[in-house]
Design a binder for this molecule. Structure first.
Ligand code: AMP
Ligand code: ZN
Length: 462
């Protein structure tokens, strides 16, 4: 398997630290608001990474943090006139709810920053004791010049010119690139006691502690959106390097942005739609399809038209399964040579830095095979089984019984065809009143009739 590693800016062969095991960490949300559909791209993508590794036989430990103490949470608490803990709890609960609605499987561990405060303080103390951090007026900063490897992940170099220069926003820093590990609290702000006085930790330290707690000093993959490469991931990695001499993770994967009118969707630009609002209008699997039909590193422009099209595409997956008994599709043993080849192609696509766009094209090949009249019944059944199995690897078909049961049973279809034939006869007899009545009565039942040059067709409105 080849993965694009941000650290080397190239595709690298993936070699796990422990054979058969994947240790994966992806940055979760700061819970001060409902998350937007751009954030959902990151959460959905790493859900697929996790699902795919499980499918190829890995034992996966997937950790995603929840940042529940942060300046933005404190600001929102003031805006909503509530305690910061209540705000964090409210939006953390909403985050979990929306992820479940998006069909994102719960990570193995989902720690919160406020639950690991003693470990965070211990880590900062170690950095101070080893000369990688310094205290200034109750704040603690990481000394970036103490680490020759600083900048390695993002490819940024510390500007030596500025060394020792006065930093406009903060005169306590020794160097502009130095970043906050501990921040002293102002009156009325939440705080924890520490050797440097009352305060709260910086975001970059929280992720180091929460990842290492469950995954060890150094783990396989660290993920997040591309905006996190610098400074967040650079600064996470710097702390780990300073403490252990090893990078925090071996592979750093970053998804591209969801844009809107060519600009990054973001809370600060106020050009966002919450995942919650979008989920109220569109099916979760349509949203998943919308993202996975493009490569994860490419930017995507948000348009409603594309989500509507994605919904139709997902519908075609379900329509392909409709002709089979759901129970008969659960078997995973596939024998048809065409299907075996397509499963291999699926793996080749996914092993090539998660080419989900190609993987989805393979699902459509399977859709076609399920309908191929020249193929034997066994082969068509195999294609449907494989469609279900591989679709699930990408997170589709989470509740096939719900969606398939909405499809119309065969008898209803036969009855509509029968009624339609009466209408065709009425039209042939120029009995317009009768033909219109049949059309209107069916419409009231949600059946839309379209008259065309070659006859009448019908469709069921959702
Ligand atoms: P945040 O809560 O801002 O830290 O974001 C949570 C995750 O969403 C991070 O992995 C971000 O990099 C990612 N993210 C934020 N905005 C976008 C966007 N417009 N498109 C894709 N990913 C994003
Ligand atoms: Zn993080």
């Amino acid at each position: 398997m080849k993965l694009y590693n941000t650290r080397s800016r190239s595709k690298e062969e993936f070699v796990p630290l422990k054979e058969g095991q994947l240790r994966l960490y992806a940055c979760g949300p700061t819970v001060y608001n409902y998350f937007h559909i751009g954030n959902a791209r990151a959460f959905l993508f790493f859900d697929v990474v996790r699902r795919y590794f499980e499918y190829i036989g890995y034992e996966v430990t997937y950790v995603q943090n929840i940042t529940d103490i942060d300046d933005k949470i404190i600001e929102q608490a003031i805006a909503e006139n509530q305690d910061f803990g209540q705000i964090a709890e409210k939006y953390a609960a909403a985050f979990l709810e929306d992820c479940a609605s998006l069909g994102i499987a719960a990570p193995t561990h989902q720690p919160r920053a406020t639950q690991v405060m003693p470990e965070i303080i211990a880590l900062i103390k170690k950095l101070v004791d080893t000369g990688h951090a310094y205290e200034a007026q109750g704040d603690v900063y990481f000394d970036t010049r103490s680490l020759p490897e600083y900048g390695q992940l993002s490819g940024k170099k510390i500007d030596e010119q500025k060394t020792g220069a006065r930093v406009a926003e903060n005169i306590s820093k020794r160097h502009p690139a130095d970043f906050t590990l501990w921040k002293s609290s102002k009156p009325k702000e939440p705080f924890w006691a520490s050797p440097w006085g009352d305060g709260r930790p910086g975001w970059h330290t929280e992720c180091v502690v929460m990842s290492q707690n469950y995954l060890g000093e150094s783990f396989d993959i660290h993920g997040g959106g591309i905006d996190l490469v610098f400074p967040h991931h650079e600064n996470e990695n710097a702390q780990a390097m300073a403490l252990t001499g090893k990078p925090l993770a071996r592979y750093w994967m970053h998804n591209g942005f969801l844009n809107i009118d060519g600009e990054k969707m973001s809370k600060s630009l106020k050009n966002f739609f919450t995942a919650r609002d979008i989920l109220a209008q569109y099916d979760a699997e349509a949203i998943r399809f919308f993202f996975l039909s493009k490569h994860y590193r490419s930017p995507i422009d948000f348009t409603r038209e594309l989500i509507v099209e994605s919904d139709k595409a997902v519908d075609n997956f379900y329509k392909a399964l409709e002709a089979f008994e759901l129970d008969s599709l659960e078997a995973t043993q596939i024998h048809s040579p065409d299907c075996l080849r397509l499963e291999e192609d699926f793996r080749i696509a996914m092993n090539d830095d998660f080419n989900t766009a190609r993987a989805i094209a393979i699902l459509f090949d399977l859709v076609r095979l399920t309908k191929n009249n020249k193929s034997s019944a066994e082969n068509r059944l195999d294609a449907a089984r494989l469609l279900l199995k591989l679709g699930r690897v990408l997170g589709f078909f989470q509740h096939p019984e719900d969606r398939l049961s909405k499809q119309m049973p065969d008898l209803s279809k036969a009855l509509i065809e029968l009624i339609l034939s009466y209408r065709t006869q009425a039209r042939a007899d120029k009995n317009w009143a009768q033909s219109d009545k049949i059309r209107d009565d069916l419409k009231a039942l949600g059946i839309e009739i379209k008259d065309g040059p070659t006859g009448s067709t019908w469709d069921q409105r959702n």
